[in-house]
Design a protein around this ligand. Sequence first.
Ligand SMILES: [Zn+2]
Length: 295
Amino acid sequence: MTGHRGIRIAALVATACVVLTGCRDSPTATPTPDRTFPASTTPTQPSKPGARPTSTAPSTPSVRPGESHGVSLLPVVQHGPRDKRRIALTFDADLTALMRTRLQRGKVHSYYNEALINELRAMKVPATLFLTGMWMEQYPDRTRELAADPLFELGTHTYDHRGFTKHCYTLGTVPAAEMLTDVRRAIEILDKLDAHATRWFRFPGGCYDGTALHELAPAGVTAVGLDVPGADGFAKSPKPVIKQVLSHVQNGSIVVLHMHGGDNAPFTDEAIPEIVRTLRARGYTLVTVTQLMAG
Ligand SMILES: [Zn+2]
């Protein structure tokens, strides 16, 4: 990519892929999430000293490592219990090298959607936020503020939002030998800023395969997938975001939206009030991923 247009297109595709259902399973994605996540695995948050206790979380949360044919795999959860009227809204904070360049050159004012966070606070909406390491380095004070707010829990989203399969759109690829280091890098940054950091993790673009699950098994995190992509990436108005979420949610849904705003997700803050009001009117309780998985 050499010109501004090239960068723009790459950024568009890279971030937009997060909101596409098909992005979850890249052409190289084997095995599928359902086959790699054993039914016996307890979908609760891995333990971490200092993790913020919640009223619904087990006192000693734990996850048994996933396993396939005797090989340890990173555990993955896609949704919570389908028999309870609860939904987890999650918000990813992407920051790629390209996005950071746009920020540094003044092409984008900010990749922190403060209006969105203000809406969540005003409506008292618990949420799980997945932050890239690069985003936390860009916004350490914001990360500390979010960490200190009991409404929110924080997880990680890799260091710089590269893909974990060979063909995760235009996100690039983290070499297998570097995957664990990359994920741990983001965890280390989060732990310095958040005494209550969770061990929830989200793959960029939702892309992963058996190699990634194997390489990341020692990371001590649980990958959180999605069953409702929020379609807020590069939305032209709040309406399609609202429609996408409200027409696809069900009991136990994990909804993926974005909190970096800017030109990448410009209407998430405008969409969220109607989404929240409607979900609550339908009788859903909005919870964090930890609460959703705690039973
Ligand atoms: Zn992302």
